[in-house]
Design a protein around this ligand. Structure first.
Ligand code: 8NA
Ligand code: MG
Ligand code: MG
Length: 345
């Protein structure tokens, strides 16, 4: 049966939270054997599990702020979003935020701040953060705007509140775009999906600031496009090892080392894969595979979850998995409200 747009909206936000919550177990681990991942996931189905609920981290905390702000302001309002991030951080500082972004969030709490983009610009000696913290929270932008240019524009501004390096905010644009295309059903033709992403990112990276940042960091001239071409090559290979994915795409906290990786996870898991249970559907495969890459597992699974959830919809996500995740219900409610906003815009 065709997946309704409402189901895709709910799937996107709920699976993002799912990825964050289940990925926390392995965050920062160098090697994650697949059987440990499968054990962790099958543990979620055990009604008598004693470990309680899996808590969400910074990824979900900030994604909720983005969704809330887009809803209450009925569009993008940088002052409101900045305040929302600052307030969330002050209420729950222990959610595993990156060590740099904490300084930005503290400054954003000041009532005397005129330019809300200024604290982010001061990071890392004025170069700005290239971390994946802008990308991990970007999904709601794809649910709030109909027009692809608006999705890209506001995902970029939303990320720039904490990530002023082009590698940071362009990662957020790429993530929002991937969710947006997935909501439209574009993953039905994977080659078309990746080609569209490449052509949109060519527009984004054809920019003096982006070229400069790439040069300073000794990267390819169009860094995201180069990674997406690698994704395309890996898709065409008969078999791909975990080691190869990590070495060609990365699994780290830099947006460049994790957003293309998350996109690859979704594409790779559209089909059944060796080592993953046969009873798993594509959504379950995507989450499991993301965790097996190690590194920044909560964030990669969160981003891959959002893209995959937008494709498969809410109904295929195991209820037993969602029940273990703090904030999964709220994510569905935010998606319902964004859907209503989307229908009137
Ligand atoms: P961020 O802006 O603090 O960036 C994260 C880290 O990336 C920084 O602490 C730096 O080490 C490094 N970095 C970013 N930009 C630069 C630069 N221009 N020059 C040198 N180093 C730089 O935080 P964020 O919001 O981007 O968060 C990214 C990730 O860190 C998220 O996954 C989040 O969950 C967090 N985190 C990760 C782990 C982990 O083990 N993978 C653990 C705790 C927190
Ligand atoms: Mg996190
Ligand atoms: Mg993380």
């Amino acid at each position: 049966a065709p997946v309704s747009l409402l189901s895709r909206f709910r799937g996107a936000l709920a699976a993002a939270v799912l990825g964050d919550c289940v990925g926390g177990e392995f965050e920062g681990a160098e090697e994650v054997p697949l059987d440990r991942v499968l054990q962790h996931l099958s543990g979620l189905e055990d009604e008598t599990r004693g470990d309680g609920i899996l808590q969400y981290s910074d990824d979900t905390a900030m994604m909720r702020c983005v969704a809330q702000s887009l809803l209450t302001r009925m569009g993008f309002d940088e002052q409101d979003m900045a305040r929302s991030f600052a307030k969330e951080y002050s209420l729950a500082p222990g959610r595993g935020y990156g060590s740099g972004v904490i300084q930005v969030l503290r400054k954003l709490a000041s009532p005397h701040l005129n330019d809300v983009f200024q604290p982010a610009r001061a990071q890392f000696g004025g170069r700005g953060s290239f971390g994946n913290g802008g990308a991990m929270r970007a999904a709601p932008f794809a649910l709030a705007f109909r027009n692809v240019a608006d999705v890209m524009r506001y995902a970029r501004f939303g990320a720039m509140l904490t990530h002023s390096c082009s590698l940071g905010y362009n990662g957020a644009v790429l993530q929002a775009l991937a969710v947006y295309l997935s909501l439209q059903g574009d993953l039905a033709i994977p080659q078309k999906f990746i080609s569209k992403l490449i052509s949109k990112m060519e527009e984004m990276e054809n920019d003096e600031t982006a070229h400069n940042d790439a040069k300073v960091l000794k990267l390819a001239e169009f860094p995201y496009c180069a990674r997406l071409h690698r994704v395309k090559e890996l898709m065409e290979q008969n078999s791909v090892s975990i080691e190869e994915v990590i070495s060609k795409l990365g699994n780290g906290i830099a947006a460049l080392e994790s957003v293309p990786t998350a996109i690859f996870c979704v594409l790779h898991c559209l089909e059944p894969r060796e080592g993953l249970p046969e009873h798993y559907g594509g959504l379950e495969r995507t989450i499991a595979y993301s965790l097996a890459l190690g590194g920044d597992t909560d964030t990669i699974a969160c981003m891959a979850g959002a893209i995959a959830g937008a494709h498969y919809g809410i109904d295929v996500i195991p209820q037993s998995w969602l029940k273990c995740c703090e904030g999964a219900e709220e994510a569905e409610q935010l998606a319902n409200r964004l859907y209503k906003l989307y229908s009137i815009m």
